[in-house]
Ligand binder design. Sequence first.
Ligand SMILES: Cc1ncc(COP(=O)(O)O)c(C=O)c1O
Length: 415
Amino acid sequence: MEKPAKLAIFGGAPIRAKPFPKWPVFGREERQRLLAVFNSGKWWYGERVKEFEQKYAQFHDAKYGVSCTNGTAALEMALLACGIGAGDEVIVPPYTFMATASAVMKVNAVPVFADIDLDTCNMDPRATAEKITGKTKAIMPVHFAGLPVDMDAFRQLAKKHHLMLIEDACHSWGSRWKDKGTGALGDCGVFSFQMSKNITSGEGGILLSDSEEIAETARSYSNCGRGKGKAFYEHYLLGSNLRMTELQAAILLGQLSRLKEQTLKREHNVACLERELKGMPGMALLKRDKRVTRRSYHMFIFRFLPEAWGGVSRDRFLEALKAEGIPAAPGYPIPLYKNPLFQKIGTGPRFCPLSCPYYGRTVDYRRVVCPNTEKICRTAVWISHPVLLSREKDMRDIARAISKVWEHRKELSRG
Ligand SMILES: Cc1ncc(COP(=O)(O)O)c(C=O)c1O
């Protein structure tokens, strides 16, 4: 077969000159709803926030929804509402955004890292089981890039060891496990609506739960410790102000109206892309469990297999792909525990001034090694969700570009 023309990185014509869709997507829905809020003069924590909470919870099959300012705040709210505090250990993955672990520390608890499964990029239930100690109070897996974790295994583990199960669902708006929404599968789950997310109001977050007690406690924390049905100037818990505005809720109601359609479109496009990529050398696709009945793609991820590329690095591959008109990224460069914050803790006189006296142990994150996470940090390729909103034929461009770079790998390794 004839080799495709010269690589764009060396001056050849790129596979694709047309840009992919931009994010965020918005329209009349958001404009009209925002205008209605402006004109109402009621911009503060009212009926639209309530409407969004109810509709979003319903969308995920949860009984209760408690909105807040962002996903980080939602994680803290979830931990507090689940009774996690000083001296408790919470098991989290190291392949995620910082907030998953920092929220644990913010409630004075100790994050313990369990490695991921390379085939899914999700926290591995077996690795998690090995990390359980007498101090463990909760497991907090992330449905990474929108792919639900093995909730059957995590539920079993939580039940066996009497642990709270909190879903970091900050990538999994609309994802479903055995046809139930993520965020409603554990004791509670939290979502982010930050600007880069598949449904956004710039910033925003929500906690979902089937437990009235967890939802009410979370509500109180998010609303200055107020009590349900109690006087405005009475405060029952050490809370904070994490309230969402009516303006955010108006935008989110607009965004929610197209979430299902966009999720289905991304799923369809990824199915086409995976058909094109299947069997392609130099890369490994991730696996999807049959129990995942819908998947929100925050990213499409595959693994670059350096050993097959004869000296071409992942980052050089990404440069060549970008020159062909395909935006892709390497993702997190290091596991969470390699961040200066964690590395420094081990060298200080105390791990954490607030939790140490209660913890009664020491933690040295410099000794933590999660080999799969370290490997994925070196080899992942992320394609972001707006790209997956384009047409089916655009997916072929992605596959053609990868294939072109592969065909020219020798020149790329030299150049
Ligand atoms: C997995 C995960 N958890 C939590 C968060 C925190 O969300 P936010 O940025 O809304 O605070 C993020 C944000 O990127 C995330 O990716």
